[in-house]
Design a protein around this ligand. Sequence first.
Ligand SMILES: NC(=O)c1ccc[n+]([C@@H]2O[C@H](COP(=O)([O-])OP(=O)(O)OC[C@H]3O[C@@H](n4cnc5c(N)ncnc54)[C@H](OP(=O)(O)O)[C@@H]3O)[C@@H](O)[C@H]2O)c1
Length: 325
Amino acid sequence: MVRWGILGTGGIARVFADSLSRADSATLAGVASRDGDRAAAFVAPYPGAEAFGTYDDLLASPSIDVVYVATPQHRHADDALAVIGSGKHALIEKPLVLDSGSALAIDTAARDAGVIALEGMWTLFNPLVGRALDEVASGRLGALTSFSANTGPIGVPAGHRALTAELGASLLWECLVYPVAVLTAIAPEFATPNHIHAVSLMREKDFDFASAVLLATGTAFAQFGGAFSEGAGAAASSRVQLGFENGWMELTEIYNPSTLRIGWSDGRVEEHIADSDAVAFGYEIDAVSRAVSGVEALPDRVRLAQTIRNIALLEAIRAEALRLS
Ligand SMILES: NC(=O)c1ccc[n+]([C@@H]2O[C@H](COP(=O)([O-])OP(=O)(O)OC[C@H]3O[C@@H](n4cnc5c(N)ncnc54)[C@H](OP(=O)(O)O)[C@@H]3O)[C@@H](O)[C@H]2O)c1
């Protein structure tokens, strides 16, 4: 059993802890909060999990193998380096960090410490995404011609972390990191496109509230975008659609796709539905647990080298964006 610790007790930490409690290969060993009572309340439903009143206390514990960093993005770099410095493996929520320099520092530190560090881009662990990638790699659909994705209008309560500039708020880094990850996994040449066009509706410096992006290589284009919707309810559905020389592909939902449809040039449409027992973070937890126990290496698409390229692309998009205020 791989023993997991969690830094932070917010929304996604709860979903992750629930997935951990159902995993075969892993167990929730500890949770750290900046507040000891909050940590104690968090672990109450999980017998055997220890509560830590500081992040440092969890990192000092010999009973934890791998740490899931579930803090706001403005502190991912420092938290990740602290985990690595403690000699533990690190799974850091998306976006890994907010700049390339920090991503490279994490890579160097992880190599030096001999631990695994990666971004928790759960979409890339989804078996339907894996299936889509295998299909593209087989060449049967021919070359990619177009990629289109929207992340929907994302309903976020007023005052939420995702709308707080000091905590790293940005639609690009919060949400458009998903289409960037899927796009470059399918077509790595898009990591350094020939053309970048983007428009961002800015709230504050580096805080885009809405963004639209158009990228082009010599033979294909990709478009994706979305917007926050302050105070509104749950997000409308998202979608990824890809055109190829010999057909098309569609993933319903970009975050955790449940259906993959493939349309072939002879008129056939193939549909793959996710296993109904699929647990939110289960695939990611299993893959990382197998990797840290040396059972099976992580696929290239989730490795840090790929994430570093994606962060550089997000930086380039931000630099090129026409800013509207
Ligand atoms: N994979 C996904 O689908 C998904 C979905 C949502 C979010 N995320 C990512 O997960 C991370 C956490 O997001 P979340 O929505 O769970 O955030 P959240 O609900 O605001 O929780 C963040 C937690 O971080 C801790 N924290 C440490 N320093 C903090 C600070 N200065 N301000 C606020 N909280 C601080 C807090 O726990 P303590 O006070 O207990 O220490 C807090 O509960 C983000 O990077 C986000 O992008 C991923």
